[in-house]
Ligand binder design. Structure first.
Ligand SMILES: CC(C)(COP(=O)(O)OP(=O)(O)OC[C@H]1O[C@@H](n2cnc3c(N)ncnc32)[C@H](O)[C@@H]1OP(=O)(O)O)[C@@H](O)C(=O)NCCC(=O)NCCS
Length: 173
Protein backbone atom coordinates (compact mmCIF):
# COMPACT_ATOMS: atom_id res chain seq x y z
CA UNK A 1 0.00 0.00 0.00
CA UNK A 2 1.66 3.20 -1.18
CA UNK A 3 0.40 6.05 1.01
CA UNK A 4 1.05 9.65 0.09
CA UNK A 5 -0.04 12.76 2.01
CA UNK A 6 0.17 16.02 0.07
CA UNK A 7 -1.26 19.53 0.43
CA UNK A 8 -4.61 20.05 -1.21
CA UNK A 9 -4.53 22.22 -4.34
CA UNK A 10 -7.31 24.19 -6.00
CA UNK A 11 -7.74 21.44 -8.63
CA UNK A 12 -8.45 18.89 -5.85
CA UNK A 13 -11.32 20.72 -4.20
CA UNK A 14 -14.16 19.05 -6.10
CA UNK A 15 -12.93 15.49 -5.55
CA UNK A 16 -12.45 16.13 -1.82
CA UNK A 17 -15.96 17.62 -1.52
CA UNK A 18 -17.39 14.56 -3.32
CA UNK A 19 -15.51 12.19 -0.98
CA UNK A 20 -16.74 14.20 2.02
CA UNK A 21 -20.33 13.82 0.84
CA UNK A 22 -19.90 10.04 0.53
CA UNK A 23 -18.27 9.65 3.95
CA UNK A 24 -20.76 11.93 5.70
CA UNK A 25 -23.74 9.96 4.39
CA UNK A 26 -22.18 6.76 5.67
CA UNK A 27 -21.03 8.15 9.02
CA UNK A 28 -23.65 10.57 10.20
CA UNK A 29 -26.97 9.08 9.11
CA UNK A 30 -28.15 7.67 12.43
CA UNK A 31 -26.15 10.27 14.38
CA UNK A 32 -27.69 13.49 13.00
CA UNK A 33 -30.62 14.10 10.64
CA UNK A 34 -30.33 14.15 6.84
CA UNK A 35 -31.31 17.84 6.99
CA UNK A 36 -28.38 18.57 9.31
CA UNK A 37 -25.99 16.56 7.13
CA UNK A 38 -27.06 18.58 4.07
CA UNK A 39 -26.82 21.87 5.99
CA UNK A 40 -23.35 21.14 7.37
CA UNK A 41 -21.99 19.83 4.06
CA UNK A 42 -23.20 22.97 2.32
CA UNK A 43 -21.71 25.14 5.08
CA UNK A 44 -18.32 23.43 5.20
CA UNK A 45 -17.64 21.98 1.77
CA UNK A 46 -19.01 24.39 -0.78
CA UNK A 47 -16.47 25.13 -3.48
CA UNK A 48 -15.75 28.77 -2.64
CA UNK A 49 -15.36 28.01 1.08
CA UNK A 50 -12.70 25.41 0.32
CA UNK A 51 -10.94 27.69 -2.16
CA UNK A 52 -10.93 30.49 0.45
CA UNK A 53 -9.56 28.15 3.12
CA UNK A 54 -6.67 27.19 0.83
CA UNK A 55 -5.49 30.80 0.96
CA UNK A 56 -5.58 31.15 4.76
CA UNK A 57 -2.18 31.40 6.43
CA UNK A 58 -3.02 29.46 9.62
CA UNK A 59 -5.05 26.69 8.01
CA UNK A 60 -3.77 23.62 6.19
CA UNK A 61 -5.60 21.08 4.04
CA UNK A 62 -4.04 17.70 3.28
CA UNK A 63 -5.16 14.85 1.06
CA UNK A 64 -4.16 11.22 1.36
CA UNK A 65 -3.79 8.96 -1.65
CA UNK A 66 -3.43 5.16 -1.57
CA UNK A 67 -1.85 3.74 -4.69
CA UNK A 68 -2.74 6.93 -6.52
CA UNK A 69 -6.38 6.98 -5.40
CA UNK A 70 -7.86 9.64 -3.12
CA UNK A 71 -8.63 7.86 0.17
CA UNK A 72 -8.87 10.58 2.78
CA UNK A 73 -8.29 14.17 3.76
CA UNK A 74 -7.82 16.40 6.76
CA UNK A 75 -7.58 20.05 7.63
CA UNK A 76 -6.13 21.76 10.65
CA UNK A 77 -5.87 25.28 11.93
CA UNK A 78 -3.75 27.06 14.48
CA UNK A 79 -5.74 28.52 17.38
CA UNK A 80 -5.32 29.83 20.94
CA UNK A 81 -2.64 32.32 19.94
CA UNK A 82 -0.60 29.56 18.31
CA UNK A 83 -0.53 27.28 21.38
CA UNK A 84 -2.91 24.71 19.91
CA UNK A 85 -3.57 23.08 16.56
CA UNK A 86 -7.17 22.04 15.87
CA UNK A 87 -7.63 19.02 13.65
CA UNK A 88 -10.78 20.46 12.12
CA UNK A 89 -11.55 17.65 9.67
CA UNK A 90 -10.33 14.10 9.28
CA UNK A 91 -12.06 11.66 6.98
CA UNK A 92 -11.07 8.32 5.48
CA UNK A 93 -12.91 6.55 2.65
CA UNK A 94 -15.28 3.97 4.20
CA UNK A 95 -13.66 1.21 2.14
CA UNK A 96 -10.26 2.04 3.60
CA UNK A 97 -11.02 2.69 7.27
CA UNK A 98 -9.24 0.83 10.06
CA UNK A 99 -6.06 0.40 8.02
CA UNK A 100 -4.04 3.02 9.87
CA UNK A 101 -4.74 5.83 7.39
CA UNK A 102 -6.45 8.01 10.01
CA UNK A 103 -3.35 7.51 12.16
CA UNK A 104 -1.18 8.71 9.28
CA UNK A 105 -3.24 11.89 8.92
CA UNK A 106 -3.16 12.48 12.69
CA UNK A 107 0.63 12.03 12.84
CA UNK A 108 1.01 14.36 9.88
CA UNK A 109 -1.00 17.05 11.66
CA UNK A 110 0.87 16.43 14.92
CA UNK A 111 4.20 16.82 13.12
CA UNK A 112 3.13 20.12 11.61
CA UNK A 113 1.78 21.33 14.96
CA UNK A 114 5.04 20.47 16.73
CA UNK A 115 7.12 22.13 14.03
CA UNK A 116 5.06 25.30 14.52
CA UNK A 117 5.55 25.21 18.29
CA UNK A 118 2.02 24.11 19.29
CA UNK A 119 1.72 22.21 22.58
CA UNK A 120 -1.59 20.46 21.96
CA UNK A 121 -3.57 18.90 19.13
CA UNK A 122 -7.33 19.15 19.67
CA UNK A 123 -10.47 18.17 17.79
CA UNK A 124 -14.25 18.12 18.16
CA UNK A 125 -16.17 14.89 17.67
CA UNK A 126 -19.88 14.16 17.86
CA UNK A 127 -20.63 12.43 21.18
CA UNK A 128 -22.41 9.61 19.32
CA UNK A 129 -19.61 8.99 16.81
CA UNK A 130 -18.26 6.06 18.77
CA UNK A 131 -15.97 4.68 16.07
CA UNK A 132 -14.16 8.00 15.70
CA UNK A 133 -13.94 8.46 19.48
CA UNK A 134 -12.37 4.98 19.72
CA UNK A 135 -9.90 5.92 16.99
CA UNK A 136 -8.92 9.14 18.77
CA UNK A 137 -8.48 7.39 22.10
CA UNK A 138 -6.30 4.79 20.39
CA UNK A 139 -4.20 7.58 18.90
CA UNK A 140 -3.56 9.37 22.20
CA UNK A 141 -6.48 11.77 22.62
CA UNK A 142 -8.60 12.15 25.76
CA UNK A 143 -11.86 14.01 26.30
CA UNK A 144 -11.17 17.53 27.60
CA UNK A 145 -14.67 18.98 27.63
CA UNK A 146 -18.23 18.55 26.51
CA UNK A 147 -19.81 21.27 24.34
CA UNK A 148 -23.10 21.90 22.58
CA UNK A 149 -22.79 24.57 19.92
CA UNK A 150 -25.70 26.23 18.11
CA UNK A 151 -24.82 26.24 14.39
CA UNK A 152 -28.04 27.86 13.18
CA UNK A 153 -31.30 26.72 11.55
CA UNK A 154 -32.18 24.84 14.73
CA UNK A 155 -29.13 22.55 14.57
CA UNK A 156 -26.52 21.96 17.27
CA UNK A 157 -23.16 20.25 17.35
CA UNK A 158 -23.19 18.07 20.45
CA UNK A 159 -19.49 17.35 20.71
CA UNK A 160 -16.63 16.23 22.87
CA UNK A 161 -13.48 18.28 22.60
CA UNK A 162 -10.61 15.81 22.69
CA UNK A 163 -6.97 16.76 23.18
CA UNK A 164 -3.57 15.15 22.83
CA UNK A 165 -0.55 16.74 24.42
CA UNK A 166 2.24 16.96 21.89
CA UNK A 167 4.84 17.64 24.57
CA UNK A 168 3.98 14.48 26.48
CA UNK A 169 3.99 12.52 23.22
CA UNK A 170 7.46 13.82 22.39
CA UNK A 171 8.77 12.96 25.83
CA UNK A 172 7.46 9.41 25.61
CA UNK A 173 8.55 8.64 22.07
C1 LIG B 1 -12.32 8.23 12.37
C2 LIG B 1 -11.38 7.90 11.22
C3 LIG B 1 -10.79 9.19 10.65
C4 LIG B 1 -10.23 7.01 11.74
O1 LIG B 1 -9.41 6.67 10.67
P1 LIG B 1 -9.08 5.11 10.39
O2 LIG B 1 -8.11 5.07 9.27
O3 LIG B 1 -10.35 4.36 10.22
O4 LIG B 1 -8.43 4.70 11.79
P2 LIG B 1 -7.06 3.95 12.10
O5 LIG B 1 -6.94 2.77 11.19
O6 LIG B 1 -5.94 4.91 12.15
O7 LIG B 1 -7.36 3.47 13.59
C5 LIG B 1 -8.19 2.38 13.77
C6 LIG B 1 -8.95 2.52 15.04
O8 LIG B 1 -10.01 3.44 14.90
C7 LIG B 1 -11.18 2.94 15.54
N1 LIG B 1 -12.16 2.65 14.49
C8 LIG B 1 -12.12 3.10 13.21
N2 LIG B 1 -13.20 2.71 12.54
C9 LIG B 1 -13.95 2.02 13.39
C10 LIG B 1 -15.18 1.35 13.28
N3 LIG B 1 -15.88 1.33 12.15
N4 LIG B 1 -15.65 0.72 14.37
C11 LIG B 1 -14.98 0.74 15.52
N5 LIG B 1 -13.78 1.35 15.69
C12 LIG B 1 -13.28 1.98 14.63
C13 LIG B 1 -10.74 1.69 16.29
O9 LIG B 1 -10.24 2.11 17.54
C14 LIG B 1 -9.59 1.22 15.42
O10 LIG B 1 -8.67 0.43 16.08
P3 LIG B 1 -8.81 -1.17 15.99
O11 LIG B 1 -9.02 -1.49 14.54
O12 LIG B 1 -7.51 -1.66 16.55
O13 LIG B 1 -10.00 -1.51 16.83
C15 LIG B 1 -12.11 7.13 10.08
O14 LIG B 1 -12.57 5.90 10.59
C16 LIG B 1 -13.25 7.91 9.47
O15 LIG B 1 -13.06 8.67 8.52
N6 LIG B 1 -14.48 7.69 9.98
C17 LIG B 1 -15.67 8.26 9.40
C18 LIG B 1 -15.68 9.78 9.45
C19 LIG B 1 -15.47 10.33 10.84
O16 LIG B 1 -16.14 9.96 11.77
N7 LIG B 1 -14.52 11.27 10.92
C20 LIG B 1 -14.20 11.91 12.17
C21 LIG B 1 -14.98 13.14 12.34
S1 LIG B 1 -14.66 13.93 13.91
Amino acid sequence: MNVLITPLGTADVDSVAALARRIWQQTYLGIISQAQIDFMLEQRYHRQRLLDELTMPDLWWDQLHVDGQLAGFSSCLRIAGGKEMKLDKIYVDPGRQRLGLGARLIEHAAGRALALGCCTLILAVNKRNQAAIAAYRKHGFAVRESVCVDIGQGFVMDDFIMARSLLMHTAES
